[in-house]
Design a protein. Structure first.
Length: 154
């Protein structure tokens, strides 16, 4: 990685890791950010032409998290199909654990919207700009998330 790419990585690394932790979980955050940085800053020679590199990296982290969730979901379906017994899940009685579990059941994009809105206190327009979606999409995702979380937390 050249010096300019290293400087850009160091400039955005902490934010990307926090975002990836919120979207995909702390155990996957390092791998996701490393994958995105390698793909964008190392393997791609044209990253300098990207006008909003931070936004591009954030969207790339979200897309990588979505891809990993899809792969994991497909793997679990195969394992369930091939297995006679389904794994049992038990929820901890602690409220914080229940909330984190409920948020973990949201899609990566929904988790991204919730994280940016509630953890980083960003406005809907800021979230829309960050994720490169319309403000209406952000508002719709928040409405869906609130309903789903309400059902999951009952």
């Amino acid at each position: 990685m050249d010096q300019n790419a290293t400087a850009e990585y160091l400039k955005h690394a902490d934010d990307l890791l926090r975002f990836a932790s919120a979207v995909a979980g702390p155990s996957a955050a390092d791998d996701i950010v490393a994958t995105v940085v390698m793909r964008v800053l190392v393997e791609s020679g044209d990253w300098r032409s990207i006008r909003n590199l931070r936004g591009y990296l954030v969207r790339s982290v979200m897309n990588e998290a979505i891809d990993r969730q899809r792969r994991s979901s497909r793997r679990r379906r195969r394992e369930r199909r091939d297995s006679m017994s389904a794994p049992s899940a038990s929820l901890d009685d602690h409220v914080r654990t229940e909330v984190l579990d409920a948020v973990g059941r949201l899609t990566p994009r929904q988790r991204a919207v919730v994280y940016l809105t509630y953890w980083l206190d960003r406005s809907a327009s800021e979230v829309a700009n960050e994720l490169d979606v319309s403000m209406r999409t952000v508002e719709r995702e928040l409405t869906v998330c609130r309903r789903e979380l309400e059902v999951l937390l009952r």
